[in-house]
Design a protein around this ligand. Sequence first.
Ligand code: UDP
Length: 237
Amino acid sequence: MKKQELIYEGKGKKLYATDDKELLISEFKDDLTAFNAQKKGNEKGKGELNCKISTSLFDLLSKEGIKTHLVKTLDSNSQLVKKVKILPIEVVVRNIATGSLTKRLGIKDGTPLPFTLVEFYYKDDALGDPLINDEHALILNLAKNKAELDELRRLGGRINDILKPFFAQRELKLVDFKVEFGVDKDGNILLADEISPDSCRFWDAKTNEKLDKDRFRQGIGEVKVAYEEVLRRILKA
Ligand code: UDP
């Protein structure tokens, strides 16, 4: 597999073309960003940790029947992935109220939600990734039809049903997370992007210590030590 030109650089990853037009290389970066990239940082080794965490979680989800873009790990911080057209919808799944949900609705931080909440956000940095409903998504042509939106909601819920107990067994609360999906050349919806402490909130089950990117966003400690701890617990048999 030959790595070719850089085709996209996001906040957390770089995507490279390969000599196979159906496959891309996804390289995890050490960069950290917050508040729409207004706050920037970097911790050496963060990319490798996210690559390992995301690969483990995608493998787990794949074993449970979730189709993903992951083909295989290439080295410590890159994956070979199927080329997909990313749907510009961030699917956010929440178990405990925190972050933007508490700010928007005034719910007390840390309140367990009575049921799993799945929300859609429009992936558009210039607009600040606004919360949208199904009608907004259809007006903006972000999805093919209502059935595709229902499928995204179902997949978000299913991923939570797999990951929440997995982390609970490892003494971690899966507070909320964001996933992205892409459509492959045959029209299949595949889980894409990453699932890592950059895109999830993990709180220690006993102490509620934050073991995710909020450490960087809130300036409450190094992220690497926390991400190492998350990986250690994921790999625990
Ligand atoms: N999230 C993300 N990327 C984004 C926005 C949110 O990965 O561009 C994740 C975030 O890490 C958290 C969840 O989605 O796990 C919900 O984020 P929220 O809406 O509370 O926004 P925040 O408070 O993080 O700005």
